[in-house]
Design a protein around this ligand. Structure first.
Ligand code: SAJ
Length: 402
């Protein structure tokens, strides 16, 4: 049996996937309301294909509980929040999960930690907690991307960090029940390092694109045109600039490296500062566009999109929320904002809950997120001034880019 601890964005799809592939699974979460919801047949967040997988897993007998189970294998996928100011990861939920599961785990149980943790956490903070040294620790960092999680769970390659090849093979067999990608086995410290390195790689490359957006803006050039031309070079592949970097991974994990090795992470640190200050750059662009189009009242400006990226309902560390925070720090009136994925959930004070109310009484629409929702009804924006942070708006009149 596998007991998946933590039924959030990673734990729930993983538990469902295992169950749908014939593994006996109990999903455990301390949040009673969440467990009750799942037991009542309701999902707790939106994700393409999750609904179907949920039905399959229920048909295969998955159970949900607030109690830790006696089980041969545990998969720990609890959050590792981080402190915005110190940039340090809080691994207390992982620590608590391992301490609790030890009370019920049989001898020789395997504990696979999927939560993202700073390099060195397992040896430094988890291993010393073990009362029973027959427990085997492993680290299998997740790589799935919100918006395409179910496909990626099946098709991505994976890494499993273990103390011995035998444990590696056992865990590999479990993941191979649903994963068609290559499964690499390595040691635990290397597995921990790969996860943060992968997200740091992406953060650095997005920062490069964001920096280009500022240089091009300074020079009156179109950054998207420049990148498009440069990417025709066979060895150049620049990512997309945007209004900032959100989510719980790319704006967070690279800081763990900076925190651990401040003297050795000059590039990564600078890139993180660049990405973190991109919403402030957008705020400056808003002011420029207002001045250029004769808009004097910021109450006539609206931010379209609050989630951290397109077509998901996850708004953790979202650029729109970062921008609103910056604006508040500069004592501005909060800009009106709207997100089709958050119509039933208010996440900030200036949010309106429907598109019509959003469009009413605004002259400038800032496209913060490229949701499909807007691409189906560009005509609704005709006549408005638009600041397009993603270069995806096909209208030609009164459209400004980053
Ligand atoms: N973004 C840009 N420009 C780009 C690409 C992304 O500004 O060219 C922005 C997005 O708009 C978003 C943020 O970056 O605000 C992050 O989005 P993302 O789609 O790049 O990544 P996440 O955070 O959804 O998922 C990442 C993935 N990591 C990598 O691609 C290396 C995913 O595979 C990980 O599983 C996930 O982090 C995680 O949980 O660590």
């Amino acid at each position: 049996m596998v007991n998946v601890i933590g039924l959030g964005y990673i734990g729930l799809p993983t538990a469902l996937m295992l169950a749908a592939h014939g593994v006996e699974v109990v999903g455990t979460d301390l949040n009673e309301a969440l467990v009750n919801k799942l037991n009542a047949g309701e999902l707790t967040f939106e994700e393409k294909g999750l609904d179907n997988l949920f039905k399959q897993a229920c048909a295969c007998g998955i159970r949900f509980s607030t109690h830790y189970q006696r089980s041969e294998i545990y998969i720990v996928s609890v959050p590792t929040p981080y402190d915005k100011y110190t940039k340090k990861a809080d691994v207390s939920f992982v620590v608590a999960a391992v301490e609790t599961l030890q009370k019920v785990a049989p001898k020789d149980a395997i504990v696979v930690i999927e939560s993202t943790i700073p390099p060195g956490t397992i040896d430094g903070e988890i291993r010393p907690l073990l009362h029973d040294t027959s427990i085997h620790l492993a680290h299998a960092p997740e790589r799935i991307i919100p918006g395409n999680m179910i496909y990626e769970l099946v098709h991505n390659n994976r890494t499993i960090g273990v103390d011995s090849p035998e444990q590696g093979e056992k865990i590999k067999q479990l993941y191979a029940s649903f994963c068609k990608g290559d499964i690499a086995i390595t040691d635990i410290r290397s597995a921990e390092m790969t996860k943060v390195v992968e997200n740091a790689y992406r953060a650095v490359n997005i920062a490069f694109a964001n920096e280009l957006s500022r240089i091009c803006n300074h020079e009156g050039l179109d950054v998207f045109n420049i990148i498009n031309i440069c990417n025709k070079h066979p060895r150049v592949n620049i990512l997309n600039p945007g209004p900032g970097v959100g989510g719980h991974c790319i704006p967070v994990d690279p800081w763990f490296l900076v925190g651990l090795f401040p003297q050795l992470t000059k590039v990564i640190g600078a890139c993180m500062f660049t990405n973190d200050s991109q919403p402030l750059f957008v705020l400056r662009r808003i002011r420029e566009v207002m001045a250029q189009s004769g808009i004097t009242d910021s109450q006539r400006v609206g931010l379209y999109g609050i989630t951290y990226k397109e077509n998901v309902d996850d708004y953790r560390e979202s650029p729109t929320l970062q921008l609103l925070e910056e604006q508040e720090r500069h004592l501005g009136t909060p800009l009106k904002c709207y997100d089709p994925y958050l119509e039933h959930r208010a996440v900030c004070e200036s949010q309106v809950s429907n598109f019509d109310a959003f469009l009413k009484d605004i002259d400038l629409v800032v496209l913060m997120v490229k949701h499909d929702h807007i691409t189906r009804q560009w005509d609704r924006l005709e006549g408005k001034v638009i600041l397009d942070c993603h270069n995806f708006c096909p209208l030609s009149d009164k459209v400004y880019r980053l």
